[in-house]
Ligand binder design. Structure first.
Ligand code: F6R
Length: 619
């Protein structure tokens, strides 16, 4: 939630505003209900902030130009405390002379106590936000210490909750101070200029050289220095890394939306996630995880924790992991995990799945699991993010930057990464499944080409979506690995097309949901491959007949060559054949395309759906 940018550049080049607004445009997916900037110029803070998308702020700045400056901060917001108004937008100013400007991502949980204290001392507030409390406290602390870094340290030691803070002071051109606790912050290292951002997208147009910031640390940047200290004042060193993707990957590249582009990038996302995971003998090697294989081999339970789409990727992978490893695998919503008194110990492997690596609920679940002694692995798409750093090991998906709020390529990459992990565990445990692992890995490598072929045959799905633009409700059915795909298909439609959509396990139909079927009700059915054991395919075909008999309009996703569905389908959407456990990497694709096209047909903002934000960094 919320995108944050900070910049200090050379005196010769007073372009802070341009750099910050460009960074905000790349971070807008993190939150987009208001935006603002603050610059240090001529001994004052120049600021603008506007409710609505970044475009509103840009127009305001065009109408009321800002002064040239080397130093500034910028923010794009997802509202927590106080509605999305001009007043509640960041930056917030502090002190009687408004010399401090501060932006914030996260929630200051004890803001009420602090605000009461400040009000009693005569401070007046101009917003309903928790952030303004931090701005006022910082102004005070600066008055007492005369040092912005030290003042930030004093403030951070009073705040409870999760926060990334960035601040500038009117008397300090050339300096931005930042702090983080349980909320993202990364440093961009330029030549004669330095950057701060919620993620590397903030500065990817300028440098690929970056530095991680640890929990409870304060960073002070000037144009040619970066200093890090802990909240306790101990000097610290950041860890440098190179960003592996470039600015072009964070552009739409001629596509109508990032979501459409990212759907099309799935063959590469899956392929890159599988790359380098096997040695010449075809064995899986996950050296990057740096976990003692003996410890991994000894686990007797797997618990996957994640939220939203990432949760559904875990639910999908569970079938394969259990089949390959014969280890029980539970999949828990991260925000429930902590509160259900989970039974985990040192023989439990807790696998978190998170595209951003910053989802607060997932982070808290991982921390809780570690406290209970579990071994933790993070499947993550974002290098240097908090969750992988708080885990015992990380297995990165290589999907590249995912900008659209609705997750697509990260989903399929997450499933691929889970498969790699499952196969690796099977290999460690030995036996017949270990031998099978190499064969499955070979088959997995064929999937990206199949996804590519499938993407080339989506015209009819787009047509159906346009035709259904006025639909008010869509149901999704699936069974076995098709069940989580039905859930994910429904989620995609809800979040970007604002259509009531529900996914069900097809076997559950007769236990209640079939009452929803009335003439004309559109229902997508994800049909298992005919080669799925236990006649599951035939059972789902019977389910199709049952709903068709009650008037449902059946949109059937079935494998090439499966003719048995044809008599009962109003539409058949074909996917290339693959083994049943790998099929979700294909069957989800038409549902993603359907949602994106339908949302576009309704004239909605496909990439930035209402009320949502890409990275949910508050609980
Ligand atoms: C839906 C979507 C969300 C995220 C969820 C977890 O399209 O994107 O449901 O999957 O918020 O986010 P990460 O993966 O960043 O932890």
């Amino acid at each position: 939630m919320c995108g944050i940018v900070g910049y200090v550049g050379p005196d010769s080049n007073q372009r802070a505003l341009d750099v910050i607004v460009e960074g905000l445009s790349r971070l807008e997916y993190r939150g987009y209900d208001s935006a603002g900037v603050a610059l240090v110029a001529d001994g004052e803070i120049a600021w603008r902030k506007k409710a609505g998308k970044l475009a509103n702020l840009r127009s305001d700045i065009e109408a009321h130009p800002m002064p040239p400056s080397t130093t500034g901060i910028g923010h794009t917001r997802w509202a927590t405390h106080g509605g999305p108004t001009d007043q509640n937008a960041h930056p917030h100013l502090g002190g009687e002379d408004d010399k401090v400007a501060l932006i914030h991502n996260g929630i200051v949980e004890n803001f009420h106590v602090l605000k009461t204290e400040l009000l009693a001392e005569g401070v007046t507030f101009r917003s309903e936000t928790d952030t303004e409390v931090a701005a006022q406290l910082l102004a005070r602390a600066y008055g007492e210490t005369g040092d912005l870094t030290e003042a930030m340290r004093v403030v951070c030691n009073r705040l409870e909750g999760a926060f990334t803070l960035l601040a500038v002071h009117a008397d300090l051109p050339g300096t931005v101070v930042a702090a983080r606790r349980n909320s993202p912050l990364v440093i961009g290292l330029g030549d004669g200029e330095n950057f701060l951002g919620s993620d590397v997208a903030a500065f990817i147009g300028h440098t690929k050289s970056a530095m991680e910031v640890d929990q409870d640390q304060i960073v002070t940047i000037t144009k040619d220095s970066v200093d890090v200290v802990g909240f306790d004042g101990t000097p610290a060193e950041g860890k440098r890394f190179e960003v592996t993707w470039d600015a072009a990957q964070a552009e739409k590249g001629g596509h109508s939306s990032f979501m459409v582009k990212e759907i099309l990038e799935q063959p590469a996302a899956i392929n890159d996630t599988l790359l380098g995971r096997t040695n010449e003998a075809g064995e899986l090697v996950l050296d990057e995880m740096r976990i003692d294989p003996a410890r991994l081999a000894a686990i007797d339970e797997i618990v996957i924790v994640a939220c939203g789409t990432a949760f559904y990727s875990g639910l999908t992978a569970k079938y394969a992991i259990e089949h390959w490893t014969r280890i029980p695998c539970a999949v828990e919503l991260a925000h429930e995990f902590r509160y259900c008194d989970p039974v985990v110990d040192e023989r439990t492997l807790v696998v978190s799945i998170s595209q951003s690596g910053e989802t607060m609920d997932t982070l808290m679940a991982v921390k809780h699991a570690r406290e209970l002694g579990a071994l933790t692995i993070s499947i993550c798409n974002t290098h240097g993010a908090t969750i992988p750093r708080e885990s015992d090991a990380a297995l990165y998906t290589h999907a590249g930057p995912e900008i659209a709020v609705a997750s697509t390529k990260a989903f399929t990459a997450q499933i691929a990464a889970c498969y790699v992990l499952g196969l690796y565990l099977a290999q460690l445990r030995g036996g017949s499944q270990a031998e099978a692992a190499q064969q499955v890995m070979r088959e997995l490598h064929e999937v990206p080409a199949k996804v590519d072929t499938l993407l080339g045959s989506m015209d009819r799905v787009r047509e159906i979506a346009r035709f259904m633009a006025d639909t008010r409700s869509v149901l999704f059915l699936g069974r076995h690995v098709g069940y989580p795909i039905a859930l994910e298909g429904a989620l995609k439609l809800k979040e970007i097309a604002y259509i009531h959509a529900e996914g069900f396990a097809a076997g559950e139909l007769k236990h209640g949901p079939i009452a929803l079927i009335e003439p004309g009700q559109p229902v997508f059915i994800v049909v298992p491959s005919p080669s799925t054991p236990h006649n599951l395919h035939d059972k789902v075909v019977s389910n199709i007949q049952e709903i068709r008999a009650r008037g449902a309009r059946t949109l059937v996703i079935a494998e090439e060559g499966d003719e048995s569905v044809v008599p009962f389908a109003d539409e058949v959407i074909r996917v290339p054949a693959t083994s049943p456990l790998l099929a979700p990497l294909l069957t989800i694709v038409p549902l993603q395309v359907f949602a994106a096209e339908l949302a576009a047909a309704k004239g909605l903002d496909v990439d930035q759906p209402r009320n949502l934000a890409k990275s949910v960094t508050v609980e």
